[in-house]
Design a protein around this ligand. Structure first.
Ligand code: ADP
Length: 601
């Protein structure tokens, strides 16, 4: 038990250290702004501390002066007012400087995190929830802002005021310094401990359930079509009510704890005031304090209580923001899983021949290798169909060619160059992909097509669109190529999305091409269009087609039949069909539902 506690404490310490380095790094991206912020903040707080002293002078000047000669009192008043004006000007300047510093740093944090996450491997992305990643990045950005504000407007000034006042008192009246120092210390220790040990866990639990409620809402509302079709509204109501109930008592507990802590805080502040003013009065009875000193003391204790009042909230805010920033740090510190080697060169593709040389590959989360000592050669310009049951390893095969994963042993060569030694960008620019479920961005159709080759002219885009039969459906749209396709392309049908992806690939004109046939059934017109477009696209390139409908591969130069990470058959449609009881022949027979079996007899 104590070991676990120790570990947590170490973890927390390490986390604060990490976050401190992170925050300092981003503060210092604009050193001028940062140091101005710090110095203006220190000066403005010191002025704030001296305002009560000036108030004391004013009271003394009035008490000991004569009405006929108000000059000393007026002088004291001018000093008092000037300090007030300068304080407000400086305080506003702090806000303006902090605004600029935060905006600069937040932009940099977002940019850095985004750049890193984009480059994480496909494996990482497959294992992470996109929504959670987005939330972590945006929360990390806002947390930096809150953290900077909490320090600049809360903790740093509170620290300066408390130590400044205590030292000032200790220098003039050691007893008052001692009383103030001790009461402030007690206040801080009690309030911060309550906040960290008692309130925060309750807050965290309430927030967790708050997210759960949001999750249930989102899940159920996005799945509304399923809810409707099963008339499951009441079931969903009950499910939500259960989660809401879980949140309910945790929220009350967390709010109540805050209220109790507020009460303790109020009592401690009263004790602090009592201690300071009582000691002040005693000093006055001893003739060691003037009426002005008492006035200054009253003003000072208002100042101190003002700064201390929110300290618990500030500490909680620091804790929360540190946790949120630590999530972003996770991205920052993570190693890229598939990285360019330091001496990586651009891939030079003259022909587009592919070779697997004794490749062994295993998914990290899998217990066994998918490919073991796997070798294969695909000559340049060959059109190869990959077939086999689902899970046989076809998609993995093409992912390895794109180097979305690194192999454990062996090499994959393109035109004789090991793809592990070339830059990923040059490799992916050489290998085009028309995926099964093309990913479109919520941008115009023209922009989506041009994604294949940024900077393509409008004529080139339209030519590619024509070849891919995109033109047919775009012409019917009111905004034509400027039509936005909706999130992930939801406004287009499956067949239309795939045609846009083909247009992209035509524009990209890569020497190697991978086509992952759509599994979802397409209408026959779409299918004809797509087949025609694919044939056109494949002309003159090394082409790999992952075929789900075997009719597609018959025309190809070569068919590879995959079974559990192995190629069990390799040949043309004709030669494979000629094999009595062959794997390919069996697949074709299953797909055509016995028709072929009869026809073959
Ligand atoms: P196919 O494309 O032939 O349907 P895949 O190449 O997608 O087959 O999958 C081959 C095997 O690898 C399957 O058993 C599948 O479950 C597994 N697999 C695929 N992707 C991953 C992954 N990201 N992590 C772990 N295992 C995976």
């Amino acid at each position: 038990m104590s070991q676990t506690k120790d570990k947590t404490r170490q973890g927390t310490g390490a986390k604060f250290g990490r976050v401190a380095r992170f925050v300092i790094h981003y503060w210092l991206i604009a050193p001028g702004l940062f140091f101005s912020l710090l110095s203006v903040r220190i000066v403005s707080t010191l002025i704030d501390v001296s305002v009560p002293v000036a108030a004391g002078w004013l009271v003394d000047a009035v008490a000991s002066g004569k009405a006929e000669d108000p000059a000393p009192a007026i002088r004291a008043l001018i000093i008092f007012l000037t300090l007030g004006v300068v304080f407000h000007i400086l305080r506003q300047s702090v806000t303006f400087i902090a605004n600029r510093l935060s905006a600069r740093a937040i932009t940099a944090i977002g940019r850095d995190a985004f750049a890193k996450v984009q480059r994480f491997s496909s494996d990482w992305h497959a294992n992470s929830f996109a929504g959670a990643t987005v939330r972590k990045i945006t929360r990390g950005m806002t947390s930096f802002d809150t953290f900077t504000d909490t320090l600049a407007f809360g903790l740093v000034p509170a620290f300066i005021v408390v130590t400044g006042v205590t030292m000032m008192f200790a220098w003039r009246w050691p007893l008052l310094g001692l009383v103030t120092g001790l009461s402030v210390l007690t206040f801080i220790v009690v309030v911060v401990t309550l906040s960290v040990v008692w309130i925060r866990p309750a807050n965290v639990a309430a927030r967790e359930w708050d997210s759960k409620m949001a999750g249930v809402l989102a899940d159920s509302i996005t799945g509304n079509a399923a809810v409707k079709s099963f008339a499951a509204e009441e079931r969903e109501d009950r499910h939500f009510a259960e989660v809401a109930q879980g949140w309910h008592w945790r929220a009350v507990r967390s709010w109540d704890r805050s209220a109790v802590s507020g009460l303790v805080q109020a009592v401690l502040l009263l004790v602090l005031q009592l201690g300071m003013l009582g000691t002040g009065l005693w000093l006055w009875t001893q003739g060691r304090a003037t009426p002005g000193d008492i006035a200054s003391l009253i003003a000072t204790q208002f100042l101190i209580t003002g700064y201390l009042r929110d300290i618990a909230q500030h500490v909680r805010s620091v804790q929360r923001t540190v946790n949120d920033m630590d999530d972003v740090l996770e991205f920052r510190n993570a190693q890229l899983q598939v990285a360019d080697q330091t001496d990586a060169k651009p891939l030079q593709v003259a022909h587009g021949a592919i070779e697997f040389e004794r490749v062994t590959f295993r998914y990290k989360s899998a217990s066994a290798s998918l490919y073991e000592d796997f070798s294969l050669q695909i000559p340049a310009g060959q059109k190869v169909g990959l077939v086999g049951t689902s899970g046989a390893g076809k998609s993995t095969f093409v992912k390895l060619i794109q180097r979305l994963y690194d192999v454990y042993h062996g090499r994959i060569l393109i035109d004789g160059q090991d793809i592990a030694h070339v830059t990923q960008a040059s490799l992916r620019n050489a290998v085009g992909l028309v995926p099964q479920e093309p990913v479109l961005f919520h941008r115009s159709i023209a922009e989506n097509i041009a994604y294949g080759r940024p900077g393509a002219s409008e004529d080139e885009i339209i030519e590619a669109a024509r070849l891919a039969h995109v033109d047919e459906f775009v012409r019917g749209l009111p905004k034509g190529y400027a039509t936005l396709v909706g999130e992930r392309g939801v406004k287009l049908s499956g067949g239309e999305r795939q045609r846009v992806a083909i247009a992209r690939a035509i524009l990209a004109a890569t020497p190697i091409l991978i086509l992952d046939e759509a599994t979802s059934s397409l209408d026959s017109l779409s299918e004809t269009y797509i087949r025609e477009a694919m044939d056109r696209l494949a002309e003159g390139r090394t082409t790999l087609v992952i075929a789900h409908r075997l009719s597609t591969v018959q025309r190809l130069d070569r068919i590879l039949v995959f079974e559990r990470g192995q190629i069990v058959e390799d040949g043309t449609h004709k030669s494979l069909m000629a094999r009595e009881n062959g794997a390919y022949r069996r697949l074709v027979q299953t797909q055509s539902g016995g028709f072929l079996a009869e026809a073959a007899q």
